[in-house]
Design a protein around this ligand. Sequence first.
Ligand code: AR6
Length: 173
Amino acid sequence: MNIEIVIADITRLGVDAIVNAANPALLGGGGVDGAIHRAAGPGLLEACRALPQVSPGVRCPVGEARITGGFALPARYVIHTVGPIWHGGDRDEPALLASCYRESLQLAAAHGLHTIAFPAISCGVYGYPPERAAPVALAALRECLLQHAEMQVQLCCFDARMASVWREALNPA
Ligand code: AR6
C-alpha cells in the first residue's frame, strides 16, 4: 500500500513535496498555510506572488494546484492547493476536495517526484468534517495511484484524533 498515515508537523517532513492547504490568493494565511510560509521563509511568498493571477486576486481556483520550490523547508517543493469551504455538502464540496488530491498528486508526478505529504485539506478553518473528508480523499488518491504507482503518499495528521479518523477510513473495521 503506498498510502501511509503519519502524525507530524508537515513542515518537518523530508519528502519531495508537501501540499499546502492554501486560499486562492496564495499569499499565506493561518493554519498549515501559515506554518509552511513561516518554515519556508520569505522566498516562498515571493514565489507565490510570481504565479500568474487567473482572475483578480486568484492564483489558484478551488480544486486546482500550483507548485513552487520549498525554500528553507526540508521538502524540495510545495504544492499549493485550495480546498472547498464546507457549506453542508451540497455545493460540490466532495468533487472539489477530490480534485485537490488528484491535481496535487498529478502535478507531483508530472515533476518526476515520488514522495508527497498531504495535510487534511479543508478540515481546519474551512470546516470540512474530517469523517466526510477522509473517504473522499482516499478514494481520489487510490484512483490516481493506479496511474502513478511510483508515488508514495503520506497523509499528515496534526494530532492523534485526526489520525484515528483517517485510519478508520483507510481500514474500515
Ligand atoms: N502540519 C500538519 N497539519 C497541520 C499543521 C501542520 N503544521 N497546521 C495545521 N494543520 P487549515 P483549511 C492541520 O485550517 O481548512 C488558511 O488560513 C489542521 O489541524 O490549515 O484547508 C489558508 O490560507 C487541519 O487538520 O486548512 C486558507 O485560508 C488541517 O491542517 C484556510 O486556512 C487543515 O487546516 C484553509 O483552510
